[in-house]
Design a binder for this molecule. Structure first.
Ligand code: 5GP
Length: 189
């Protein structure tokens, strides 16, 4: 059986990556890697589905056990990708999607040069701020922190293989599918 492809997707908060991935993941050829985090669940979060929610002690225990492919601190919380399910799903022929921030993505780039890196960008920072305010799940202080983080993250897009601008949602979804298809059709050395 042909192995799946590892896709690493990064996007500043509020870029609509959740909505794009929600559509992409309807296709069962994809496996979404559920990260562990110490951040508090939001109303739409489901433990074990959107994240594995852990306290800092348990997270640090997993770091010590070398359970993570990568982990990073982002806005004062830990986030990490668990190693075990990735290889298992790739060898079953599924494409694995890691939805992680840029520091973690750069670590994966070193560890997994076979992975494909997709950056999702907002049409502008103003649109990004409006989307975060509209979501209403963060305080103004956290929104400012996230917009600042987004500016830094956007500078990192040169390290990715593809950049998808999420202006019109359907176009962004179509672009994502085109990237996947192109990678599936690529002749392997
Ligand atoms: P949020 O708190 O909005 O769900 O996620 C904040 C950031 O953490 C997002 O950029 C998200 O992509 C990133 N993130 C989620 N899981 C992981 C992970 O396992 N590792 C790393 N490095 N970043 C992650």
């Amino acid at each position: 059986m042909k192995k799946g492809i590892l896709f690493v997707v990064s996007a500043p908060a509020g870029c609509g990556k959740g909505t794009i991935l929600g559509q992409i993941l309807k296709d069962k050829k994809f496996y979404y890697s559920v990260s562990a985090t110490t951040r508090k669940p939001r109303p739409n979060d489901v433990d074990g589905v959107t994240y594995h929610f852990l306290d800092r002690t348990d997270f640090e225990k997993l770091i010590a056990e070398d359970a993570f492919l990568e982990h990073a601190q982002y806005c004062d919380n830990y986030y990490g990708t668990l190693k075990a399910p990735i290889e298992e799903n790739l060898s079953q022929g599924k494409h694995v999607i890691l939805e992680i921030e840029v520091q973690g993505a750069m670590k994966v780039r070193e560890l997994r040069p076979d992975a494909k890196f997709i950056f999702i960008a907002p049409p502008s920072f103003e649109v990004l701020r409006q989307r975060l305010e509209h979501r209403g799940t963060e305080t103004p202080e956290v929104i400012e922190k996230r917009v600042d983080a987004a500016k830094k993250e956007l500078e990192m897009k040169v390290n990715y293989d593809y950049c998808i601008i999420n202006d019109v949602l359907d176009d962004a979804i179509a672009d994502f599918k085109s990237v996947v298809r192109a990678e599936e059709l690529k002749i392997q050395p």
